[in-house]
Design a protein around this ligand. Structure first.
Ligand SMILES: Cc1cc2nc3c(=O)[nH]c(=O)nc-3n(C[C@H](O)[C@H](O)[C@H](O)COP(=O)(O)OP(=O)(O)OC[C@H]3O[C@@H](n4cnc5c(N)ncnc54)[C@H](O)[C@@H]3O)c2cc1C
Length: 381
C-alpha cells in the first residue's frame, strides 16, 4: 500500500496541477504546489478562454461538479456566436445547450486559476512560487508544467470595451493559417486573438489582419489594451509515468484538443486521474488509456482532416445551425465519436504530426517558445 504520509510535489500551478492538488489535499495527502511564476495564471494575461461544452455528453458544469470542483470563478454560458468563413459567408449560430462556458485566466478574483488555487488552499495544499526547480528528495512528483513545444501559436490582445457580450469566430487562413481568430466580449472586457497552426514567423501580420477584420465586423472601442502570446503543445507522450514516481499531466503530457486547441478539460481531467491513481493505488497510464487517450487520438485525426472539414463540411453544418438550435453542439460532438475510419486514419495523422517541428522556427532571434514567454503586457503587436 502507498504511504499516505508521503509528500507529493506538484510542479506547475495551471488547471492540471491545481486539479490534482485539490483532490490529493482533500484526501489528506501532504501536497506542495510549485510554480516558476509569482502566482497562478501568469502564463496568461487575463484573457478569456472557452471551456468546451460539446465533447462530453454531460454539460461541462456537471462534469466539474462530478469531479468535486466548485465553479468559484466566472463561468458564463455562451449560447450564441457569429461565425465567418474565409469567403466572407456569415452564420448566426444559436444553441439551446451552451456552446462553451467563458472563463478568464489569471490570478485575480473571478479567474479560473485564482478560483482553483483558493480551493487547493482550502483543502490544505501549500504553494511555493518563483520556484522553477524545486528540490525534491522523495515522494511523488506530478509534472504539470504545461506545453514544451509549439504546434499552435497565438497572438492576442485583452482590453476594456463598451461592446456588449459577444463571441465572433473567423476561420480564414488569411487571419490564422490552419486555425481561427476570435473576438470575445463579456462584462466590459474583451479578448481578440489569432490562433495559428502554421507560418509562425508572420504571426504579427496575422494579428494585425485579425484586428482590422474584427474592427469591421464589430465596431468596438479599445481601452487599456495589453498584448499577449501563447503556444500549445501537440507532443503526444508515449510515457505518461516517468522514472521514479513521476506522473505527467495536462499539456506537459500532450493532453490537448488537437482540433481546436481547447485543452482545459483534458488538463483538469488528467490532473484528477493522476490524483486518483495515487489515492487508489492504481495505474495512471491505465486510467488515461481508458478515459483520455481515445479522445486524444480522435482529436488528432480531426486536426489532420481540418482542411477538408473546413472546405467540405463546415459551411453546410453552420448553415443548419441557423434553423436547428441543437445542431451546432451535436455536430461538434459528432466529430469526437470513434469510427472505424478514424481509427484507420490515426497512424497517418500521427505520422504527419511528427513532421511538425514548428518550435524550431525563430521569431526575432528567439525560439517561438522564448518569444511567446517573453511577451510582456503592453508590448506592441
Ligand atoms: C492563447 C491561448 C488560448 C487558449 N484558449 C483556450 C480555450 O479557449 N479553451 C481551452 O480549453 N483551452 C485553451 N487553451 C489551452 C489551455 O490554456 C491549456 O490547454 C491549459 O492551460 C493547459 O493546462 P496545464 O495545467 O497543462 O498547463 P498551464 O496552464 O500552461 O500551466 C502550467 C503551469 O506550469 C508553470 N511552469 C512551467 N514550467 C515550470 C517549471 N519548470 N517549474 C515550475 N512551474 C512551471 C507555468 O508557470 C504554469 O503556471 C489556450 C491556450 C493559449 C496559449
Amino acid at each position: 500500500m502507498a504511504d499516505v504520509r508521503e509528500s507529493i510535489h506538484v510542479i506547475g500551478a495551471g488547471p492540471a496541477g491545481l486539479a490534482a492538488a485539490i483532490e490529493l489535499a482533500r484526501a489528506g495527502r501532504p501536497v506542495s504546489v510549485h510554480d516558476r511564476n509569482a502566482d497562478v495564471g501568469l502564463r496568461f494575461r487575463g484573457d478569456f478562454q472557452g471551456f468546451q461544452n460539446w465533447i462530453w455528453e454531460k454539460d461541462s458544469r456537471e462534469v466539474l461538479e462530478s469531479l468535486d470542483l466548485r465553479t468559484n470563478f466566472s463561468f458564463v454560458p455562451f449560447r450564441a456566436m457569429t461565425a465567418y468563413l474565409g469567403d466572407g459567408r456569415r452564420f448566426a449560430i444559436r444553441s439551446e445547450r451552451p456552446i462553451f462556458y467563458l472563463i478568464r485566466r489569471g490570478n485575480t478574483p473571478g479567474a479560473l486559476d485564482h478560483g482553483l488555487k483558493q480551493q487547493a488552499l482550502a483543502a490544505g495544499a501549500s504553494f511555493c512560487f518563483n520556484d522553477a526547480s524545486p528540490r525534491i528528495d522523495n515522494g511523488w512528483v506530478i509534472d504539470a508544467t504545461g506545453p514544451k513545444t509549439a504546434n499552435i501559436l497565438a497572438r492576442g490582445m485583452v482590453f476594456r470595451t463598451r461592446h456588449p457580450d459577444a463571441c465572433i469566430g473567423v476561420v480564414d487562413d488569411a487571419l490564422a493559417p490552419g486555425g481561427y481568430a476570435y473576438f470575445l466580449a463579456c462584462g466590459g472586457r474583451a479578448t481578440l486573438a489569432t490562433c495559428t497552426f502554421g507560418d509562425f514567423p508572420n504571426i504579427g501580420v496575422y494579428f494585425d489582419r485579425a484586428l482590422a477584420r474584427f474592427k469591421k465586423l464589430a465596431d468596438f472601442d479599445i481601452r487599456r489594451p495589453k498584448w499577449f502570446s501563447g503556444f500549445g503543445n501537440f507532443a503526444i507522450q508515449s510515457e505518461l509515468a516517468g522514472p521514479g514516481r513521476t506522473l505527467h499531466v495536462g499539456e506537459s503530457a500532450g493532453f490537448q484538443d488537437y482540433l481546436w486547441g481547447f485543452g482545459l478539460h483534458l488538463a483538469i481531467l488528467s490532473g484528477h486521474l493522476a490524483a486518483r491513481s495515487i489515492i487508489e493505488n492504481r495505474s495512471y497510464e491505465e486510467l488515461c488509456r481508458l478515459h483520455l487517450l481515445p479522445l486524444l487520438r480522435i482529436s488528432l485525426v480531426n486536426r489532420w482532416l481540418f482542411p477538408w472539414l473546413v472546405r467540405l463540411r463546415l459551411p453546410g453544418q453552420l448553415r443548419a445551425t441557423e434553423t436547428d438550435p441543437w445542431h451546432f453542439v451535436r455536430f461538434l460532438h459528432g466529430q469526437y465519436r470513434p469510427t472505424p475510419l478514424k481509427r484507420l486514419l490515426y497512424p497517418l495523422a500521427l505520422r504527419s504530426l511528427r513532421r511538425w517541428p514548428k518550435d524550431r522556427l525563430r521569431l526575432g532571434g528567439q525560439s517561438v517558445i522564448e518569444w511567446a514567454r517573453d511577451c510582456k503586457p503592453g508590448a506592441p503587436g
